[in-house]
Design a binder for this molecule. Structure first.
Ligand SMILES: [Zn+2]
Length: 233
């Protein structure tokens, strides 16, 4: 979803779906209802309290409703009609579909989660619980901050290099500043897991470059969150 439409105003103007972003909860609820109606999501959109970690929540019949929202950064479900979503304002939202086993996942992948292995733990959960094979998966990246705008602290280069043997050039130096290509880091991670380039749709458009369409924390500080969700019918 882009930020266009919706009831939120001011810094949160548009379709802010980020509960806890500081926006009026009533407006966020109204925005969510509008979205649910537009997409006929009768069971709503399941989200998690995202903490830049690597925990995965698997939603089945028993956890469909009424429970406290758990802390995690990925949601997997095989339930038709239950949308799973990730809220972002620069991080990479990843949506995964396994058409062979009939399940979907939504993953929150910022650089911390990426290094913590959130993609690996999610795919491992899909494989371990449902028998998914990485070769069957279709993966889409939602909007996220691009290498054009994602200036990061200098030592992140060493942090990344220490953690994995990245094949591509993830960083760009320009006028004493360092920029990270988060979309490429996600792509590299997926390729490293045996997912082929043809299974990956991404990177997404830059949140920071497109103010009318997307919320961007880096650009605006106080702002809303856009929702990327996936559902099986
Ligand atoms: Zn940009």
């Amino acid at each position: 979803m882009t930020r266009e439409g919706g009831f939120s105003t001011g810094e949160y103007r548009g379709l802010n779906l980020g509960m806890g972003s500081g926006d009026d909860p009533l407006r966020i609820h109204a925005n969510m209802e509008r979205l649910a109606r537009a997409f006929s999501l009768t069971r709503g959109v399941a989200t998690v309290r995202q903490v830049h970690g690597n925990q995965v929540v698997v939603l089945d019949e028993r956890r469909d409703s009424g429970e406290e929202v758990p802390e995690a950064d990925a949601i997997v479900t095989a339930m038709p009609g239950l949308a799973v979503g990730i809220l972002t304002a620069d991080c990479v939202p990843l949506l995964v579909h396994d058409p062979a086993r009939g399940l979907v996942a939504a993953i929150h992948a910022g650089w911390r989660g990426l290094l913590a292995g959130v993609i690996e733990t999610t795919l491992a959960a899909m494989a371990g619980i449902f028998g998914s094979r990485n070769a069957d998966l279709l993966v889409a990246m939602g909007p996220h901050i691009g290498p054009c705008c994602y200036e990061v602290r200098k030592d992140l280069l060493q942090v990344f290099e220490a953690r994995r043997d990245w094949r591509g050039d993830l960083f760009r130096e320009e006028r004493d500043s360092l920029y990270l290509d988060l979309g490429r880091a996600v792509t590299e991670t997926l390729l490293g897991l045996g997912i082929r380039a043809g299974q990956i749709n991404g990177p997404g458009p830059c949140t920071s470059c497109h103010e009318a369409r997307f919320f961007s924390y880096r650009r605006d500080g106080t702002t809303g969150r856009q929702l990327s969700f996936i559902v099986m019918n």
